[in-house]
Ligand binder design. Sequence first.
Ligand code: SF4
Length: 366
Amino acid sequence: MPDLERGKFPSGSYALRDRLCPGAFAYCSQLSESGEVEAEDSSEDAEEGNLLHKVWLGQPYEEILTDEQEWVTNWARTETAQILNHAGFGDCLRHVEKRLWWHEGPTPIASGKLDLHCVLGRKGIIIDGKFGRALVDPAWGNLQLARYNALLSKNYQLDSCTAVILQPRVGVEDRVTIVEYSSDELRLAVLDWKQTLVTQALPFAPRVPGFIQCNYCPGKAFCPEAKETSLITKKPPSFPELSNADLVWFLDRCKLADRVIAAAKKEARARLEADPEALGGRWFLKKGRRKRTIANANTAYGRMQGVFTPEQFASVAKIQIGALEEAYKKATGLKGKAADDGLTELLGDVLEVSLTEPSLNYAPSK
Ligand code: SF4
């Protein structure tokens, strides 16, 4: 099957998108057939990822690497060699960037291009390199890797498979994650993918927008559902280029986003207070900072008298105008405008009046 054909069938590399948005594959296929989306991601990040994969996997390349890229690829090569040796695959043939197909009878139904895999008897190993800086799901919870396990198992009738993710550019503790699939788990991985394939093949499979699935979906620039939630994009738009109408559209959604963010953070805080591991360590509560305040200004002043003159003490004290007004009303018995006028006259030019920046406001009826 030529590699160009792979776009006509679901691929393991879109595992999470296809599970979360069953209509995505059909929609993107339509766009691709009409030439509206490119089959390959040509962003700078994607190009760098391709280059680092080539270097790591020993394929020819022409570019000059930076020191950091040298480090990243050396690290990945060393880890790969150690893992393969340790798992007993040190002398096995390494299949590199090979696309595997899943056929139902003679008909292909899905595929996936594995970075590196080896097979020894009925045991397999897959190593997947992730060279971005964002943390991806670890091997044991990574759906793309589960799809690759399913493919390897279908192609080689495996009894077990080791799956590894290497992420050199994240924190040390997350750089290598490994999972071992038993034969039952391999069967489940096949069934799980089958279920998604069936759902996405249904006529009118729904398009379900969301941060995870839309972020890497090639159709997001055209998809009406994604546009409706286009706050969910990798980068903010270039605001100076937006029309007034688009800016209003955006601000309306920011208002909703503020509420959603506040509610999500409140819920996350509550869950983490009950169980620090509730969110898998990806989100956690950082210890609060030590904060000092003066509980009683009068006592503090008394205690500092031997050190500070009253002027020195006043220069570091901050008087809140609202609290001063309340104290003035209490002390004089004046109220309302009389109190305002009395205090204003008493303070004279010590009372500075300034205007803050106009604030952005919202009129729901317009
Ligand atoms: S952009 Fe989002 S909603 Fe639209 S098809 Fe892709 S994943 Fe689904």
